[in-house]
Design a protein around this ligand. Structure first.
Ligand code: FES
Length: 670
């Protein structure tokens, strides 16, 4: 060290060293292993290497740091700001590839300049996800072709990548070959390449390119959802969803399997349909994110086993009956071309692993998002759909099964049921004294007894009841004594309320009498009982296999699971007793898991390992399933008590069996 050498400390890493005056800050950072991003290789083009000089006396480091201890802003940085127009370098920022050390410095590397920055998650509970995408961009200047040095452009490019970026032994994807020569010449022998897993060039663009994107897709039987993410920042640029166009072949999964069995070429038809849907969604999110589809270079896919197979072009027929054999349960690394995805031709597709015949890559993604495997507490994670996927366990052990709940939770097979759309009743309250009903519908913030409610729903009216609405309606009917523990609508109440409507030998309960009459029939209550009993029986089998009788926390995932009121779900006995504060919706956990897999390649290895270790329980062959199912037909359950729930919620008293004078004692917390 010479006496002229300057002391440098980088924050937040705390790495420090001494450097010759004139050293570029980026070079100093690299020599100390400080994580600073760069796409352009220090040419002042990408702006990824920005740092801030912290000014002042830093007694702890024995450093006086001043902005003047950096070389003045030069031509390259000025040009960078001019080129970026409305996003020039902020006053306190410098390009670390251009700023040179002239004295002691404390240099802060902001989060957005770190290559492996933390991707902040919406429901960050246990950890943040570190950005470590599978595809990175590299800008490179390539030696111009000339007669003296014959050889191919690919080889010249690979040599340049090795000398500029130290990328040795790279492969070059044949799909990028047709565009390489034009890109090199258009870019005046400079190009940006996308490199997959540091081993293969998969795409080439002329000149400098700053950003590339990835897509996390969850293919559900009803909806397909996609997050478009910036692979350099981890930010979600656009999110959208569409109805799965396969719905025209059947609402539920088994009817699609039947379609394949009954119609020659049906599997191909369903594969084409779902891929068309995904391509349509890709166009939508690209438009929303204001990017070219060609800029999408990586995709991750989650989906239930039947969607997984159909999207991959595999017939789902084997999944339709025992032993429910998957073609493969391993994670897959494919290309966009193989799957007919209309994005960059070299784009890679990672398909998450499946767990079992009815527990798919969506459940694997759900585990990645909810991380039950990192906790001491026992978690129950349920994706509530036409087929419930259930995961139970903690860091010691995970078990999974699925249970055939049927389409009732989605509003199908319910007399006034409908999809979750404007006009559908989604929240219900029944006054236990008067049996008066208040409700709210999708599309309005107001309750039906709020002033202005009628005006707020004028455009669509009250059209039916959706899955979350029917859950609340049946749970409230139970709490207000309209139905018994066995789910029987108490006709004796017809003397006291005209909401009880006789229908042959049973009774229906009137929720709303308007242009459309919305009722819950005895048959509807039965459908919900059957669906919830199937789910609960699955949970009970997992608890048995785990040798435990209670769970510490519950997460409800999926489009439906994230909309139902957790308290009402427990009142119905959809899920076991649990501290109500520990029961939450997990939103689209499969979509979040697919996003984690997109942004962090280590998470892919992690989920592959976890899935291999999961104990799979096949409900169809479990002798106790039927017994648990029968018990779970009762509300909340015939054999299991719900002490934690009923410490919070007043148990109902059958109305037709009590006199009218005890109303004060029956008040409960709502
Ligand atoms: Fe690209 Fe500094 S490394 S601008």
């Amino acid at each position: 060290m010479s006496s002229n050498d300057a002391k440098l400390v980088f924050t937040p890493s705390g790495r420090r060293g001494t450097f010759r005056p004139g050293t570029a800050v980026l070079d100093a950072a690299r020599s100390l292993g400080v994580d600073v991003d760069s796409v352009c290789g220090g040419r002042g083009l990408c702006g990824r290497c920005q740092v801030t000089c912290a000014e002042g006396e830093f007694a702890k480091h024995a450093i006086t740091s001043r902005a003047e201890h950096l070389s003045p802003i030069g031509e390259v940085e000025t040009l960078y700001s001019e080129r970026r127009g409305n996003k020039p370098l902020a006053e306190d920022r410098r390009l670390s590839c251009q700023a040179r050390i002239q004295g002691d410095l404390v240099i802060d590397v902001p989060a957005e300049s770190q290559l492996h920055r933390q991707v902040v998650r919406k429901h960050a509970e246990h950890r943040d996800i570190t950005l470590d995408a599978g595809v990175h961009l590299f800008y490179v200047e390539v030696q111009e072709a000339n007669l003296q040095e014959p050889g191919g452009d690919v080889q010249r490019l690979l040599r340049a990548l090795e000398s500029a970026w130290g990328l040795r032994d790279l492969g070059f994807d044949s799909v990028a070959l047709p565009v390489l020569q034009a890109a090199l010449r258009k870019g005046k022998w400079s190009v940006t390449v996308a490199v997959h897993n540091a081993v293969r060039v998969i795409a080439v663009w002329p000149g400098f390119k700053r950003d590339c994107y990835g897509l996390a897709i969850d293919i559900g039987s009803t909806t397909i959802a996609a997050h478009l993410c910036d692979l350099s920042s981890g930010d979600v640029v656009a999110t959208d969803g569409i109805m799965n166009p396969q719905i025209r072949f059947g609402e539920d999964l088994m009817s699609r399997v039947s379609y394949v069995m009954m119609n020659p070429g049906g599997a191909t038809e369903l594969t084409d349909t779902v891929r068309d849907g995904v391509n349509e969604l890709i166009q939508d999110v690209a438009r929303q994110g204001d990017i070219e589809v060609d800029d999408i270079v990586e995709v991750t896919i989650a989906g239930n086993p039947i969607m997984h197979h159909l999207f991959l072009g595999i017939s789902p027929v084997e999944l339709g009956s025992a032993p429910f054999a998957l073609a493969t349960d391993a994670a897959l690394n494919l290309t966009a071309l193989e799957l007919g995805l209309q994005i960059n031709k070299g784009a890679r597709v990672y398909v998450l692993p499946c767990i079992a015949g009815h527990v798919g890559a969506d459940a694997a993604a759900m585990i990645l998002a909810e991380e039950p495997h990192l906790l001491d507490e026992v978690s129950l994670v349920v994706d509530v759909g036409t087929n419930a996927e259930i995961v139970l366990g903690n860091r010691d052990r995970l078990l999974a099964c699925s249970s055939p709940t049927g389409p009732a939770f989605e509003g199908a097979q319910i007399s006034c049921g409908q999809r979750a759309a404007p006009g559908a009743i989604e929240r219900v309250r029944i006054d236990p004294e008067t049996l008066d009903v208040r409700f709210s519908v999708i599309g309005s913030e107001l309750w039906s007894d709020d002033p202005g409610f009628e005006e707020s729903i004028e455009a669509f009216g009250v059209t039916g009841i959706c899955g979350s609405g029917i859950i609340e309606a049946v749970a409230e009917m139970y709490l207000s004594g309209v139905i018994s523990e066995d789910g029987v609508v108490d006709g004796a109440l017809a003397d006291r309320s005209d909401r009880l409507i006789p229908e042959e030998r049973t009774f229906s309960f009137l929720l709303h009498d308007g242009k459309q009459r919305i009722v819950v029939t005895q048959h509807d209550v039965r459908q919900i009982q059957l669906a919830k009993a199937a789910l609960y029986a699955g949970v009970k089998l997992l608890l048995d296999h785990a040798g435990i009788s209670a769970v510490d926390r519950i997460r409800l995932a999926g489009a439906f699971g994230s909309h139902i009121d957790t308290r009402h779900a427990m009142v119905l006995g959809l899920i076991p007793d649990c501290d109500l504060d520990k029961v939450e919706s997990a939103g689209n956990a499969a979509g979040t898991g697919a996003r984690i897999a997109l942004l962090n390649v280590t998470a892919r290895r992690e989920i592959e390992t976890i899935v291999r270790g999961i104990e799979k329980i096949e409900t169809a062959i479990e002798p106790k399933f039927q017994e648990y199912f029968v018990d779970a037909m009762a509300i909340p359950n015939k054999s299991d008590d719900f002490p934690l729930l009923f410490a919070e919620v007043q148990r109902p008293v059958p109305k037709s069996h009590v006199s009218g004078g005890d109303s004060g004692r029956r008040r409960r917390r709502r």
